[in-house]
Design a protein around this ligand. Structure first.
Ligand SMILES: Nc1ncnc2c1ncn2[C@@H]1O[C@H](COP(=O)(O)OP(=O)(O)O)[C@@H](O)[C@H]1O
Ligand SMILES: [Mg+2]
Length: 340
């Protein structure tokens, strides 16, 4: 890659990393525009962390090339290290120290004066809603607080590029939202963020562009809109009062939505997969369908809108599912229950 573009924070070509027989990263091409959040979406074992580690100079690629702000991650590793910061599945924070002690210590290690380190620590703890926990040992922090102090530690010096490796995996919805707000604030200050996630809704909330990876390969890449258009807008799930009206409801839904309608085992339930080809939002499409059902005299007891899940994205893109059990469906299929 002799012609790398400086406006790109990250540019990779044919990046490869193998562990024995496993091609963890198998020819990845990425082009991450500076100043944005770029989402790398994929299930467990897809190669997300391995990719991040190579870009952060922690692992040496076995093939291909990667440039960070125009610097080769192997030949110019020092320049790269000077501009990036990493948080996620790595502990830089000491559990036995308090929030303040951790941030001041790391600030000192980064060369700040004692006073400057204290000031920056206070500022970050405040910004991350951790002021009250400042004097508590990190081992007593909740999962969400822990994730926030990790990110705070990684932006003591505002990096040009921040790697966030699954920053919200396992967090409750409220803590996820807090982390999302932090990510937005970090980007607003000019930092480029490479975010890895298993959650489609997280990539949707934060990222401008998304690369979907599976078995070490990029299987789809584009803006959120492009990606969503390729998998549909989601689904609407209906429960009728009268099972006898289901055939009529099915017909009306097919006609109004031009959608794939599925009859559920429950005799009053049916699900329509929304196309998004109309350009309407899922909510608009669903309202149209409900109005039409009402007009036809079909009584809907209850409906919910479901966003496409990562599983559905994978199914649409690869024809197979993620191979994960969907036990932890944290936001995967965020259904807004609405009584009709
Ligand atoms: N140090 C390692 N040694 C052997 N195999 C590894 C190592 N790190 C990752 N792998 C394997 O590489 C693949 C990709 O892993 P990883 O990059 O951690 O995926 P992700 O972060 O998307 O869950 C997996 O099959 C994983 O088991
Ligand atoms: Mg990982």
């Amino acid at each position: 890659m002799s012609q790398h573009t400086p406006a790109l924070a990250i540019e990779t070509a044919g990046l490869v990393k193998t562990f024995g027989e496993t091609r963890a990263v198998d020819g990845v091409d990425l082009a991450v525009p500076a100043g944005t959040v770029y989402g790398v979406l994929g299930p467990n074992g897809a190669g997300k962390t391995t990719t991040v580690k190579m870009l952060a100079t922690l692992l040496r690629p076995d093939g291909g090339e990667a440039h960070v702000f125009g610097h080769d991650v192997v030949r110019e590793a020092d320049e790269v290290r000077g501009r990036v910061s990493l948080t996620g599945q790595y502990a830089s924070v000491d559990e036995d120290l308090t929030g303040t002690e951790n941030l001041v210590l790391l600030g000192r290690l980064l060369g700040h004066s004692k006073q400057a380190a204290r000031r920056r620590s206070e500022q970050l703890l405040e910004a991350f809603g951790l002021s009250e926990a400042a004097a508590k040992q990190v081992k007593h922090y909740s999962g969400g607080m822990r994730r926030r102090i990790d990110i705070a530690a990684s932006i003591l010096n505002t990096p040009d590029l921040l790697f966030l490796d699954e920053p919200t995996t396992g967090l409750d919805p409220r803590s996820r939202n807090q982390v999302w707000d932090i990510v937005r604030a970090v980007v607003a200050q000019g930092t480029t963020v490479l975010l890895t996630t298993q959650y489609l809704d997280e990539a949707d909330q934060l990222a401008s562009r998304i690369a979907v990876i599976d078995h070490g390969k990029v299987i789809a890449e584009g803006t959120k809109g492009e990606l969503k258009a390729s998998v549909g807008a989601g689904s609407v799930h209906l429960r009728l009062r009268d099972p006898g009206q289901r055939p009529d409801a099915e017909r009306v839904l097919r006609a109004t939505l031009d959608a794939d309608v599925q009859l559920e085992p429950d005799p009053v339930a049916l699900t329509a997969r929304l196309s998004s080809a109309t350009g309407d939002s899922a909510a608009e499409e669903a309202s149209r369908a409900l109005a039409e059902l009402a007009r036809t005299g079909i009584t809907v007891d209850n409906f919910s809108l479901g966003q496409p899940s990562l599983d559905e994205v994978f199914l649409a893109l690869t024809g197979h599912d993620t191979g994960q059990d969907s036990g932890q469906d944290l936001g995967r299929d965020s259904k807004d229950e609405v009584a009709a």
